[in-house]
Design a protein around this ligand. Structure first.
Ligand code: AP5
Length: 210
């Protein structure tokens, strides 16, 4: 199954994508994670993307479309995949269509801007492996330490409150129109994000089976 997870920054699409990926045994492709890894490695693409990410802006379409084209050609995508954070603009969705990639369903996680602002301030990520935690909703076993690898937990630079506001602005202008794009194709399934991750997961799994 080929699935897209849509939603505002911090709506919980990455969290849900990981859970569905494990349950359905298909890879998750997160453009955000790929770009952050390139940034950490100091590749030319990472360096080009840095100023956009830090400012809460979208990385140019041609860069992310190139990333996705290469990644979808890999063997592990043959039995399906989850796209987390792509497409994020209408031209990106059109590029996916032009590649001949069929999408079975688009799961849109809906959370209010106010709840997102609160969530983002509590998110912490592992500096070493990128695992994501929350000071209130998903605490690590030991404060400040990654359960998975023992790495240090830090706040993402683009989770600073003023950058989150910019990311939400960009989401409403550039990404939200994708809901109508996929609704017209009969692919859109809406999940109302809940306070509790497990409650959201129950609704996501239902949307995967409807
Ligand atoms: P990206 O990494 O994709 O960031 P994002 O979309 O802003 O997504 P987030 O990871 O912030 O949110 P999420 O919805 O995955 O939430 P999560 O599950 O982590 O992209 C970063 C940047 O890269 C972009 O700003 C852009 O510059 C660039 N980029 C990436 N893709 C691009 C593209 N296609 N085109 C152009 N540029 C692109 O959850 C958030 C927090 O909430 C966590 O702490 C989590 O534990 C907690 N949480 C999750 N679910 C719940 C719940 N139900 N209740 C309570 N807490 C919860």
């Amino acid at each position: 199954m080929n699935v897209i997870f849509l939603g505002a920054p911090g709506a919980g699409k990455g969290t849900q994508a990981e859970i569905v990926s494990e349950k359905f045994n298909i890879p998750t492709i997160s453009t955000g994670n790929i770009i952050r890894a390139a940034l950490k490695d100091g590749t030319p693409m990472g360096l080009k993307a840095k100023s956009y990410i830090d400012a809460g802006k979208l990385v140019p379409d041609d860069v992310v479309i190139g990333i996705i084209r290469d990644r979808l050609a890999a063997d592990d995508c043959k039995n399906g995949f989850i796209l987390d954070g792509f497409p994020r603009t209408i031209p990106q969705a059109e590029a996916l269509d032009a590649m001949g990639v069929g999408i079975d369903r688009v799961i849109d996680i809906e959370v209010s801007d106010e709840a997102i602002a609160k969530r983002m301030s509590g998110r912490r990520v592992c500096k070493a492996c990128g695992s994501s935690y929350h000071l209130e909703y998903k605490k690590p076993k030991t404060a400040g330490v990654c359960d998975a690898c023992g790495g240090e937990l830090v706040q993402r630079k683009d989770d600073a409150p003023e950058t989150v506001l910019e990311r939400l602005k960009v989401y409403h202008a550039e990404t939200e129109p994708l809901k109508a794009f996929y609704e017209k194709k009969g692919k859109l399934f809406i999940v109302e994000g809940q306070e509790d991750v497990a409650d959201t997961t129950a609704l996501t799994l239902k949307a995967m089976e409807d």
